[in-house]
Design a protein around this ligand. Structure first.
Ligand SMILES: [Fe+2]
Length: 410
């Protein structure tokens, strides 16, 4: 089974990335920051977790206000680095862990935490500011990351208590995963800072030190605090420390703080904490191994039915995107002008191209095309849903209509 071996709390201020890319590790102003990450780097080097689960927020780089999820877990094979306006940082693509990520999504939703799921979104400094200081990455990263995005940029935010409980649910999910994996949980976000308005530059070291103490020994006190308390005590943007509560919720109470660094360089208190589980193999007795989605047990035995889940969504994203793009008039025109060329350009496999050419509706559904994108394809090629239904059932249109109350429907 998968085990949580510890947790890391870290600031993710983008200047860490800028200083890192400019090789300022030995600059007197930056050295205390970089030195502060070294014990965390060594801890990871020694413990070698297979997976880091990172609670982070996106700073309007991969998500925008048209749809900003409260919680979203990444289930992709890999993640790119977001271009935040100054070009993509020279870091390798970051591997994900689709198996554990899918399991986390299934178990958390069944535990009544309704997370969104994402695939094709790059990760910004919420992950990539601290990560290069925690893991070596000359040509590739030494493990996988499962990013869990938390909304801390548009109120209403999830409460600190909700984040703490999300961490507890995450632990249950991880411990129920059958594969032997070691996992460290990371919560990112600055401690005290404010970066907008006349109060810009606000810091409160006294509060930061108290927060550092409470997150270890009494996280429930932090979990009970309101967002306004965090704003008042630590500055408006410091409310993002609720992501540390998610990390702490995923740990047991039998932990040791093996590292702490606090350095206030510019506007954000740059902090690194490492908590180690004293007995990661301890059986908490809370969870048994579970696989799959308990809501769907037995569904595969229901004839002629193909449940669309995250596994299908990740495996068949290219084909589904191809049909989804048919809501776009230019894409429709390109397809109609030369179907084979459009399939080639979209990178469809020969098998997918054949099913498209033959309008093999049932083949496409069995393969993993979602009906709600297929119906856009049907509109484009002049078939009604009723005609598609008939073909999927292996009937003529007339035979299918005879089974309905509206036999003259077209
Ligand atoms: Fe942030």
């Amino acid at each position: 089974m998968a085990r949580i071996i510890g947790g890391i709390g870290s600031s993710h201020v983008p200047t860490i990335g800028v200083a890192y890319d400019k090789n300022k590790q030995d600059h007197p102003a930056w050295a205390p920051l970089f030195k502060g990450f070294e014990p965390a780097f060594k801890w990871l080097e020694e413990k070698k977790p297979d997976v880091l689960i990172v609670f982070y927020n996106d700073h309007l780089n991969a998500f925008f206000y048209d749809l900003y999820p409260t919680f979203a877990v990444g289930v992709a094979e890999q993640y790119d680095v977001a271009d935040e306006g100054a070009g993509r940082r020279p870091l390798p693509m970051l591997p994900g862990h689709p198996g554990l990520a899918r399991h986390i999504a299934e178990q958390l939703v069944n535990d009544e935490f309704d997370l969104s799921v994402f695939q094709d979104r790059p990760l910004d400094h919420g992950v990539f500011s601290p990560l290069p200081l925690l893991w070596p990455h000359d040509d590739k990263w030494p493990g996988a990351v499962i990013p869990i995005e938390v909304n801390v940029v548009q109120y209403p935010l999830p409460t600190a208590m909700r984040c703490f409980k999300l961490g507890q649910a995450l632990r249950r999910a991880v411990e129920s995963y059958p594969e032997d994996l070691t996992v460290a949980v990371v919560g990112t976000g600055g401690l005290s800072h404010q970066i907008h308005g006349e109060r810009t530059g606000f810091n409160n070291t006294e509060w930061d030190i108290r927060f550092i103490d409470l997150i270890e020994k009494d996280p429930m006190t932090l979990a009970r605090m309101k967002h306004v308390d965090y704003i008042r005590l630590g500055g408006a943007e410091s409310v993002e420390v609720i992501m540390w509560l998610a990390m702490r919720g995923a740990l047991s109470d039998d932990i040791t703080k093996v590292h702490q660094n606090y350095y206030l360089a510019t506007t954000t208190a740059m902090t690194v904490l490492v908590f180690e589980e004293n007995d990661p193999a301890a059986d908490t007795g809370r969870t048994a191994i579970r696989t799959g989605n308990p809501q769907l047990e037995g569904a595969s035995e229901i004839e002629g039915t193909y449940v669309f889940d995250i596994q299908t969504a990740t495996k068949r994203i290219n084909l589904n995107r191809f049909f989804w793009n048919m809501k776009n008039p230019e894409f429709r025109a390109t397809f109609s002008a030369d179907e084979a060329a459009a399939c080639r350009k979209a990178g469809l496999t020969p098998e997918e191209t054949r099913m498209v050419a033959e309008r093999d509706w049932i083949g496409l559904v069995r393969y993993g095309a979602n009906f709600f994108v297929l119906e856009k394809f049907a509109r484009l090629v002049g078939e009604t849903n009723l005609e598609v239904y008939a073909e999927m059932r292996g009937e003529t249109f007339e035979e299918f209509l005879a089974t309905r109350q509206v036999p003259d429907a077209r």
